[in-house]
Design a protein around this ligand. Structure first.
Ligand SMILES: [Zn+2]
Length: 236
């Protein structure tokens, strides 16, 4: 279980950094670095959903805009059902016919994506790292799309799609849910809450940040509730 102090130390509130990178730092601080790097995109989404379960008692909610009528639809991500999806086979390979030749690719892992992050063409650089057999060099756009679709079949949690009906116009929607963005948003709220608790209790009792974070959550929240209910002690 992640402690409040470890969460605050490992979490950056810099929202200009993409959620995946902020979460990668947190995941590395929590788990074994090597196994985290081995995550496929589906493994990473699974890990993030488990993180959500560990940090929050509430549902994971998303907002889906209807492309037809523009209504924002609220969606509760079916976390339990998603986590019951069988694990991705570690040695899965995709065979892809490329004109007269054949290419064999393994699933991209987080280490591939991190290593290719600075490339001019990130998808091409990732796929080149995943090439097991076949012709070197960038793939045609159509071949990349075919490969991407095959990856999604083998690693279904890499792109989590929830089917729903628009509450405004009844259109059937297939919403691709960005787990990283949702979990990052949730952790932002938790960490902002911890800062508020520290501010409240440090101002009231003079306790250090370290000692406030060491309190069990229930006791910390009880003290905060007592302070919020207390009448002002000064006229100024
Ligand atoms: Zn609609």
């Amino acid at each position: 279980m992640l402690s409040a102090a470890r969460l605050m130390a490992a979490w950056s509130l810099d929202r200009s950094t993409p959620p995946h990178w902020r979460l990668a730092r947190l995941v590395r601080a929590m788990d074994d670095t090597r196994s985290c790097g081995d995550d496929t995109l589906g493994d990473r989404n699974r890990r993030l959903l488990r993180l959500h379960c560990a940090l929050s008692r509430g549902p994971l909610e998303a907002c889906v805009k209807c492309s037809v009528c523009g209504v924002d639809n609220e969606l509760t991500v079916p976390v339990k059902v998603i986590l019951e999806t069988p694990a991705t086979p570690r040695d899965a390979r995709v065979r892809l016919r490329l004109g007269r030749s054949m290419g064999i690719y393994r699933l991209p892992r987080m280490t591939d994506i991190e290593a290719a992050a600075e490339s001019d063409d990130v998808p091409a650089a990732v796929l080149e790292r995943c090439r097991v057999e076949g012709r070197a060099g960038p793939l045609h756009e159509h071949a990349m799309l075919r490969l991407g679709r095959r990856f999604e079949v083998i690693d279904p949690l890499s792109n989590i799609v929830v089917n729903m009906t628009c509450s405004g116009c009844g259109t059937a929607l297939a919403a691709s849910v960005e787990i990283a963005a949702l979990v990052a948003h949730e952790i932002d709220a938790i960490v902002e809450g911890l800062y508020r608790d520290i501010d409240c209790l440090a101002s009231a009792y003079g306790w250090s940040e370290q000692s406030i974070l060491a309190l069990p959550a229930e006791r910390r929240q009880r003290y905060v509730a007592l302070r919020d209910a207390a009448p002002p002690r000064t006229r100024l």
